[in-house]
Design a protein around this ligand. Structure first.
Ligand code: ADP
Ligand code: MG
Length: 214
């Protein structure tokens, strides 16, 4: 894909492809997500996300949303509906808030996507009350959104790559943290030294965005 981050537009096909890539990546990394959750949680993050994204992909195929917001709305609704763990409702609410922020536009610019994903992480924080440093998905989401917001020039590809790099850094930064939210917080200091599963799946969301720009 060519053009600058400000002039390039992302359509419904792009968003649908992005979600498909995320679903495949969750499938490929399901065992890894489960392994991470086994260390500081209840070993279900991989399977939770896989169940949710499979349901989302099915719904996207049958409902065929007509704009980017529709893709996020359908994905978010399925995640809220079918995932039992904490992460399903959190991701689901994030996608639904992002859909609201996008509005009924056929084409989305990178700055508009950044604003939508900012609304998404705000929803996560409103519901889960996690601050940066609490060892949650927020630690990957926030830096990724910030990177996307500051990538005002350059290609959409490089904007996505900057977001993914920031998400990865945020994910790795969760390793030494002590969990203060979610199941891992029950472990207290014993949660230190383990990478947060939700921050890891958030990194996959941004990695799938990079793949979708290829
Ligand atoms: P559960 O903890 O209910 O088993 P999952 O295993 O699917 O749900 O998801 C765990 C992930 O959810 C954690 O690694 C963390 O990133 C995220 N999480 C949990 N609680 C919160 C919260 N209050 N705010 C943000 N993220 C959270
Ligand atoms: Mg779990």
């Amino acid at each position: 894909m060519r053009g600058t981050a400000v002039d390039v537009v992302l359509d419904v096909g792009f968003f649908h492809d992005w979600m498909g890539r995320l679903a495949r990546s969750i499938e490929e990394n399901c065992d890894e997500l489960t392994r991470l959750d086994a260390a500081i949680g209840d070993a279900d993050h991989g399977i939770n996300m896989l169940r949710g994204m499979r349901a989302a992909i099915e719904a996207l195929s049958s409902e065929a949303p007509k704009d980017p917001a529709g893709v996020f709305r359908v994905t978010g609704s399925r995640l809220v509906a079918v995932v039992g763990g904490a992460a399903g409702p959190l991701y689901g609410s994030a996608f639904r808030a992002a859909a609201e922020a996008l509005g009924p536009k056929p084409e989305i610019t990178v700055p508009e996507l950044a604003r939508a994903l900012r609304a998404g992480v705000k929803a996560v924080q409103r519901i889960g009350a996690a601050e940066p440093g609490d060892k949650t998905m927020v630690d990957a989401w926030l830096p990724a959104v910030e990177a996307l917001e500051s990538a005002a020039s350059g290609s959409v590809r490089s904007a996505a790559a900057a977001a993914e790099a920031a998400a990865r850094e945020g994910m790795l930064a969760t390793i030494p943290m002590r969990a203060r939210k979610g199941r891992a917080s029950y472990l207290g200091w014993r949660s230190e030294g383990h990478q947060d599963p939700g921050a890891t799946s958030t990194r996959l969301l941004f990695a799938a965005l990079v793949d979708a720009t290829r």
